[in-house]
Design a protein. Structure first.
Ligand SMILES: Cc1cc2nc3c(=O)[nH]c(=O)nc-3n(C[C@H](O)[C@H](O)[C@H](O)COP(=O)(O)OP(=O)(O)OC[C@H]3O[C@@H](n4cnc5c(N)ncnc54)[C@H](O)[C@@H]3O)c2cc1C
Length: 420
């Protein structure tokens, strides 16, 4: 018997594409409409500040599926079109303010939008943001030998762009309101490693200050004035001051929204026929026993798959340990777990995090609470340990403590620290 239902997915990026893939893989034969406001088919964003921006990887490598995949899987891919309204009682979603389209089930995979700087001169043409592949195309042309690049915000995007810019031979100044890069995510202990890593690549950090004004001539950027009164010359400025979840559709539809679209562990929103996943969703994570919104690639990948299953009525309990990765110069890392800013008591290092002769160190760091529970772990240039780190975080969530001395001892295999 044919399935007459229509499932609409808003947001044609990684989460949306993975949901669609799962719907077909799990046997859904009804109509699928995947709507995206960008004109590109779904692609992954991590390469935009790494392999692609470094000029190492081809553009094609970023796409989630090849171009034929959508027609071969009978997916109506509607690109360059924005979903502008949802009517939950009529079960319709309006595209580009025109015709309402009927849905039986709807998935919101609308992701995040960049926060923009609003200071005098911030409309200068030399100011860049990095969220889309087109923005990465532009930046790839900008990052050249001798260019003067100002990076505003020492978060993951800012630091990865910094590494790419230095690798291309551009001079980089990084402006950050905090006292260290990534301090809110990693804490002082590990954030210091990133400051040293970039300094070893001749990056000029300006901490505890922000951009007060951009200056230009003839439409071109020439400099920025910082809040400490200093002036930094710049041909381009790349702003990476965070993102916000794209909740506007959900809000106007009256769904529960609080720092993201609220869902239960089955990724269902406050409306039973509407689901949310990826960056935009604040989902109840049974492991942490609270709602968490995760702005990372693995959550889009796994959350998209889980949402596809949930839309089909399968029993889903989305309890992944949050995971992300970053690559900067010769330093690669994976981080697993969830710690609020300053929400830990100590950091236990396994290996030496110092930078010697400019070479990225090899170490594992664990964020631990006062009871010895592992809250998160990060392996830097140490590989094949992510699985036991995730298991240690799961054990920590279940209340299991570890001995910090053994945790920090590289001679004790991580597996030996796991509960029986
Ligand atoms: C440059 C960069 C590098 C990154 N590197 C890493 C990394 O190394 N590791 C890591 O873990 N994470 C990384 N991330 C984060 C990761 O890419 C995101 O977590 C992931 O893209 C989230 O996927 P998503 O599908 O939920 O949302 P998004 O990728 O934000 O996609 C949402 C899509 O929905 C569209 N949309 C929104 N509203 C509407 C609407 N009303 N109608 C139609 N379309 C709409 C948007 O235009 C967008 O295309 C990086 C992000 C960026 C930008």
């Amino acid at each position: 018997m044919s399935d007459e239902r229509t499932f609409v997915i808003v947001g044609a990026s990684l989460a949306g594409a993975k949901a669609v893939e799962t719907l077909r893989a799990d046997g859904f034969t009804g109509r699928i409409i995947l709507v995206g406001e960008e004109t590109e088919r779904p692609y992954e964003r991590p390469p935009l500040s790494k392999g692609y921006l470094l000029g190492k990887d081809p553009r094609d490598k970023a796409y989630v599926h090849d171009v034929q995949w959508y027609s071969s899987n009978d997916v109506d891919l509607v690109l360059g079109v924005q979903a502008t309204a949802i009517d939950p009682s009529a079960h319709t979603v309006t595209l580009d303010g025109v015709e309402p389209v009927h849905y039986d089930r709807l998935l919101l995979a609308t992701g995040s939008r960049v926060r923009r700087l609003d200071v005098p001169g911030s409309d200068n043409l030399g100011i860049r943001y990095l969220r889309t592949i087109t923005e990465s195309d532009t930046l790839l042309r900008d990052l050249r030998e001798g260019a003067q690049v100002l990076v505003v915000g020492a978060g993951w995007i800012g630091l990865e762009v910094t590494a790419a810019a230095r690798t291309h031979g551009a001079a980089v100044t990084v402006v950050e309101v905090d006292t260290l890069p990534l301090r809110r995510v990693l804490g002082d202990e590990v954030a210091g490693v990133y400051a040293e890593l970039h300094r070893a690549h001749d990056v000029d950090f300006r901490f505890s200050t922000g951009v007060q004004e951009f200056g230009g001539m003839g439409g071109r950027l020439t400099h920025a004035v910082l809040s400490d009164g200093s002036e930094v010359p710049a041909d381009i400025a790349v702003v990476g001051v965070g993102i916000r979840p794209a909740t506007e559709l959900a809000e106007s539809a009256g769904l529960d929204v609080s720092n993201g679209v609220i869902t239960d562990a089955g990724l269902r929103t406050s409306d039973p026929d509407i689901f949310a996943c990826g960056d935009v969703a604040s989902s109840f994570n049974p492991l942490f026993r609270r709602h968490i919104r995760v702005e990372h690639w693995a959550n889009a990948l796994n959350g998209g798959k889980a949402a596809g299953k949930a839309m089909l009525g399968q029993d889903v309990s989305y309890d992944r340990v949050p995971y992300f990765y970053s690559d900067q110069y010769d330093h690669g890392m994976e981080y697993s777990g969830y710690v609020e800013p300053e929400g830990y008591d100590s950091v236990v290092f396994r290996g030496d995090p110092s930078i010697v002769d400019g070479k990225a160190p090899e170490f594992v760091a664990f964020w631990v609470d006062r009871d010895g529970r592992v809250l998160a772990g990060m392996n830097a240039n140490v590989w094949d340990v992510n699985e036991p780190i995730q298991q240690l975080v799961r054990a920590g969530c279940a209340g299991e403590a570890v001995d910090p001395a053994r945790l920090g001892d590289p001679d004790v295999p991580l597996q030996d620290l796991l509960p029986e």
